[in-house]
Design a protein around this ligand. Sequence first.
Ligand SMILES: [Mn+2]
Length: 196
Amino acid sequence: MIFDKRFSKISRKTAETSVDMSLCLDGGEVSVSTGVGFLDHMLELFARHGGFGLEIKASGDTRVDFHHTAEDVGITLGRAFAEAAGDKAGINRYGSCLLPMDEALVETAVDFGGRVYFSWRVTFPSEKVGDFDTELAEEFWRAFCNNSRCNLHVIMRSGSNSHHIAEGIFKSAARSLAQALKITGNGIMSTKGVLD
Ligand SMILES: [Mn+2]
């Protein structure tokens, strides 16, 4: 099936952060700079594992903490996914991935059909990974979910290392999203005739 590459470009500026982002659901360059090292690491592997082109240049009030930057990058990434997915014609709609990362085992499931729901069953064993507050992973994914208008379940089956758990979540979510957004060419994947 031949189709145009699904692409979006978004700039979002608030008093707290500034985020410039371009996303291609069908592959491309990956370059991430948010001012938060751990988030860069997570988003780079997210893009690689999802096969997404992703360029992010963000800056924020990281002298306060990383909260605003993590949340606002999540909001912008969610909007970028929604915009790039367009009318969602031909997408698979559902995706899921059970992903091991050493001792950590993480499962995500996505419905990209437009019904918003966020479920987070994750307990990080430590409050921080480096200088990153692990609770911000939940803030990031909730913001993504609300703004991409998807249903996202994140379940940690096991894990004792917070870095591995976080990495498992971002890799698993990438693969679930890639599967959900894959063009199957089977028309609109709803008996309602529309994914909205
Ligand atoms: Mn790592």
